[in-house]
Design a protein around this ligand. Sequence first.
Ligand code: APR
Length: 259
Amino acid sequence: MPEQTDDRISIIMGDITIQHVDAIANAANPTLLGGGGVDGAIHRAAGPGLLEECRTLGGCRTGEAKITKGYNLPARFVIHTVGPVWRKGGKDEDVLLAACYRNSLTLAELSGVKTIAFPAISTGAYGFPYERAANIAVWTVREFISTHPSMERVVFVCHGEKAYRIYCETFEKDWADHPETLLAEAIAAHLLMIETSHNIRIRNREEIVRRIAPAVKNSIQALSFGISLNTWVAVSRMTGDMTVPDKVLLQIVEQMNKT
Ligand code: APR
């Protein structure tokens, strides 16, 4: 099957367990102790050593990622990420799915991974609508590699003809059709990362996304916003449920517009 590619993203149809890349991503569950679907296929192909290492990881939260060796797989590493279960879109599923790709890529880069293959996370047992998931996957990866040159190649491994066609159609859509959605998702994902890393909940998260996204011109500004807000949260030692004050948002936007 011909690969649909640009210089750093490939879309292929096949089995992720036989891909010769530095790392393959696994659509795991929070226990990280294996399951069906692609999780089961990866554990079967990797052998018992993978489960033994997974047992030492203490599980994984939805949207986050953990890394193990690849054992009998051609890939040196497996990056286990837990996708959201689809609940009709009302429980931050889009943001959590984007976080799966972004956190997996961040962890991969920190581990020296240059090439990584992804299955269609959450689109099987977790019931995420395939087109919607493909959209999030392609745009999140595109946004990540646009600011991370060390990631040389990302391969989307589609399991079947229909899946492959959907990814190719998504891939062809022009980025220009999506800036506001993509940047809103980037802002939302930065907020989720801040909440996760500081163990807080930002009460006015949706309002912040609605207000800030239109002011963001590109993913660099979205990143600048995320870094500034993360710094403010760290310095102000926020805990539990908190609200980001308007004046702080205005200061951050002013700062962001200087980048
Ligand atoms: N290679 C590539 N893709 C595959 C493979 C494979 N060998 N096997 C399955 N897939 C595809 C499926 O067709 C689907 O599109 O992976 C996608 C994800 O489906 P699931 O594996 O069901 O993963 P997910 O929907 O994220 O559900 C995760 O299922 O297996 C359990 O332990 C796992 O509880 C977790 C849940």
